[in-house]
Design a protein around this ligand. Structure first.
Ligand code: URA
Length: 291
C-alpha cells in the first residue's frame, strides 16, 4: 500500500474516532409546551459541538478543463412524472453532475454531491454546498451539520428517507483548495459557482416537484427566493418558487430557515428555527411526534 493511501486511511480513522467521541444521537423528546408555545423537542435537537480541525494527506484529481457538454434540454416544461420516471431522470442527472467540470470546483472535489432522498417527497431541504465529509462520501449533510439536520427532520416527525436533501452547489467549495485535507476549509459557493450549478438544482426540483422547500441558510434562501435580502428578512413567510430554466408542473413554496451549521455555532437561534419548521409542519399537516 502506498504512503498516500496509508496517510489517507490513518486520517479517516482518526476523523471517524473523533466524530464518535462527539456524537450525541438524540431522538426527539415527547413534546412539552413551554411558555412560548414551543415544544421542548428542539432543546433535545440542538446539543452538538463544534468541528474539530484535523489535517490528513488526501490526494485530489488533477485540474480538468471546462466541460462544454450541453446540459439536458431545460427549456421544456417538466411533466409530473411517475416514481420510476423520476428515479431514472434523477439518476441521469446525478451522472451528469458526477462528471461535471463546468466550474473550477470540479477539479478539486473528491466526489460531487448531487443529493439524495425520496423522489416523491413533499418536502425538500436545500443547503449551501458540500463540506469535508460530504466531499468524501458523495452524500449531502453527512457531517455534524447533517446530524443536526437529521434531528430537525426527526423532530418534524419525518425521516431522512421521506424527504429529499440537496444543495445549491454540488461540489465542495474550499477557502484553501491547495489543502483539501484540512478541516474548517469550507466556504460558501460564490456567484459563479452558484450560477454553474443552478440548472442542476432546478431540474431536480422540477423532477421531484415537492410541495415545500426549506432553504437552509442565507445562501440557499437568496438563491431560491431570488432576493438579496438577509436571511433574517426572508424568514417567516412562504415564497412561490420560480425557476429560470424549467417550468414547474405545479407550484412549489419556499421557506427559509437557519443553516444547521449556523445553529451549531449559535444555539440561541434554535428556537426560531424550530418555529420555522413548525410552519412547514402545519402546511403538511404534520404533528410533533410523541416519543
Ligand atoms: N452544509 C451544506 O450546506 N450542505 C451539506 O451537504 C453539508 C453541509
Amino acid at each position: 500500500m502506498g504512503k498516500n493511501s496509508l496517510n489517507r486511511l490513518a486520517g479517516e480513522l482518526k476523523h471517524f474516532l473523533l466524530e464518535q467521541d462527539e456524537d450525541e444521537f438524540i431522538t426527539p423528546a415527547a413534546p412539552t409546551k413551554t411558555a412560548a408555545g414551543v415544544s421542548r423537542a428542539d432543546k433535545k435537537l440542538f446539543s452538538m459541538q463544534e468541528n474539530t480541525t484535523l489535517t490528513v494527506d488526501f490526494p485530489r484529481a488533477q485540474h480538468v478543463a471546462t466541460d462544454t457538454a450541453p446540459l439536458p434540454d431545460q427549456t421544456k416544461e417538466t411533466p409530473v412524472m411517475t416514481t420510476s420516471q423520476k428515479q431514472t431522470a434523477l439518476n441521469e442527472l446525478a451522472q451528469t453532475i458526477n462528471q461535471c467540470s463546468r466550474c473550477p470546483l470540479g477539479a478539486t472535489r473528491l466526489h460531487a454531491v448531487p443529493g439524495e432522498g425520496n423522489v416523491d417527497a413533499d418536502l425538500m431541504f436545500v443547503g449551501e454546498g458540500p463540506g469535508y465529509d460530504e466531499d468524501r462520501q458523495g452524500r449531502p449533510f453527512v457531517g455534524r451539520a447533517g446530524q443536526l439536520l437529521d434531528k430537525m427532520i426527526a423532530a418534524m416527525g419525518l425521516t431522512r428517507e421521506q424527504v429529499f436533501i440537496a444543495n445549491i452547489a454540488k461540489c465542495h467549495p474550499m477557502t484553501d483548495p491547495q489543502h483539501p485535507e484540512k478541516h474548517g476549509n469550507d466556504r460558501a459557493p460564490n456567484a459563479g459557482e452558484i450560477a454553474c450549478c443552478r440548472k442542476y438544482l432546478e431540474q431536480q426540483i422540477a423532477i421531484i416537484c415537492p410541495k415545500y422547500i426549506v432553504a437552509l441558510g442565507g445562501v440557499s434562501a437568496k438563491a431560491l427566493i431570488s432576493d438579496a435580502k438577509s436571511l433574517g428578512a426572508l424568514r417567516g413567510q412562504f415564497y412561490n418558487l420560480t425557476l429560470d430554466s424549467v417550468q414547474l408542473p405545479r407550484p412549489v413554496q419556499v421557506l427559509a430557515t437557519f443553516h444547521p451549521a449556523a445553529l451549531l455555532r449559535n444555539p440561541n437561534w434554535k428556537k426560531d428555527a424550530w418555529k420555522d419548521l413548525q410552519m412547514v409542519m402545519a402546511k403538511l399537516g404534520l404533528k410533533t411526534p410523541v416519543k
